[in-house]
Design a protein around this ligand. Sequence first.
Ligand code: FAD
Length: 480
Amino acid sequence: MKTAEEYRKQLYGMRANIHVGGERLSRDDPRLIQPINVVASTFDAAQEPEFEGVATATSHLSGEKINRFCNIHCSVEDLLHKQRMTRMLCHRAGGCIQRCMGIDATNALSVITYDTDQKYGTEYHKRFLTFLEYFQKEDIVANCAQTDGKGDRSKRPHEQVDPDLYLRIVERKSDGIVVRGSKWHNTMAPYAQEIIVVPTRSLTKEESDWAVAFAVPGDAEGVHQIVRLASMRPRKHLKAPIATFGDAESFTVFDNVFVPWQRVFLCGETDMGGRLALQFAEFHRHSYTGCKPSISDIIMGATALAAEYNGVQNAQHIRMKLAHLIGVGELVNAAGIAAAYHSTKTPSGTYIPNSIFVNVGRRLAGENIFHEWEILCDVAGGVYATLPFEEDWYSEDTRKYLEKYIMRNPRVSAENQHRLFRLISDLLASHWSGVELAGQYHGGGSPIMETIGLLRDYDLRPKVDLVKYLAGISLDDPQG
Ligand SMILES: Cc1cc2nc3c(=O)[nH]c(=O)nc-3n(C[C@H](O)[C@H](O)[C@H](O)COP(=O)(O)OP(=O)(O)OC[C@H]3O[C@@H](n4cnc5c(N)ncnc54)[C@H](O)[C@@H]3O)c2cc1C
């Protein structure tokens, strides 16, 4: 396993293909430090005894100890540990841990490359295993680039005015393929060593050029990352863990990128392209059953502490709101546990979480996230939004006023009241929080996508038959 320092060092050696605000940055640019801190914390955790067996796993290929983010789920316990690790690490980072993209993509590839080989006599799984060996040994961080620009949403990939609006194969050569297109919203792609590309959606027979999956280094020739950074406001005086983290999403352009065959994991098999899109989404929704409860935990803790500092912790409406937060967080978590217990061992040996439970869990999380933040906004009052800047708390002219009038619960020092409301300000009124909120709503698929998944996979017939039985309607009655 690598250390955080080794990870950072490797990033700093990559080609400068990161574009931010009209500038081209190398990965050691100070503006990337806070987002990188989040992923670096996944390397730190794997070294700590507290996380042994949770943030670490045993490779089914080499038998070596590896970072769990590089693991293939070979049991129910692996899925449970991944979910638990996600919840714990998101607590530490104060939000999305970001590295789940890679584990979800590799697990989906493990399942689908195997099945494709069985059906079409191809050799994708062998290639995938070679890639996985490197991935585990080098402790690689990968983004999964799934979301295409998609153009006109009412049209299929081959019906778009510009066929590049969904990433596609533009040339098949003796030594590999050339791909062109773009992928949007790629979390932590600027500080991932690898980008794993998978299709966005189901594909029809005419869409073999869009049925493509592969991995390329994040700085490969022809890959351009146009990045939006969203870090917490750095602090000068009031040091706190939350203020050291950040996030970044890249709009990743693939401008005629060459991918050698050994890194191509799907090339033209349209039916399997659709399955891969869905399989990645379902692994990712399972990851959400770990990260989303941790966000509820943070909102819940901040709500409870704000109520206590404001002296209203026993008010009934506040207790009801806290009960709602507990209900959402723990139900989403429970859905993830159920998805693991009801997982299926696929022919590849990889365990896939139960689709009904991942979809109900992720849907509940997405539908509630704005309401959860509304609860914190309500209970905290407006101070988090208008809180004077940190410097004013340390200025001779203004400090005495701020420290006198921030006071609520006399037992709590002015500094701690300030600390709490600055944290809530970071959570609710920062550049970071707006992006985080959208990620918690849309990431892994907007709630409508889980609804579609549920209606596709859920068998309503037994429920209808049950009601017929209760109503005394014969199941054999042609008029029933
Ligand atoms: C912070 C953040 C991080 C993310 N990280 C990643 C990442 O790392 N990798 C990645 O691949 N993706 C990532 N995503 C993308 C995420 O998965 C998508 O945002 C999500 O799938 C929705 O797709 P979209 O944004 O293109 O919205 P759209 O597809 O435009 O959906 C918007 C709405 O339009 C409607 N709609 C869309 N299509 C149709 C249709 N055909 N018929 C009827 N109604 C329709 C639906 O109501 C839908 O809710 C991230 C997103 C965010 C916000």
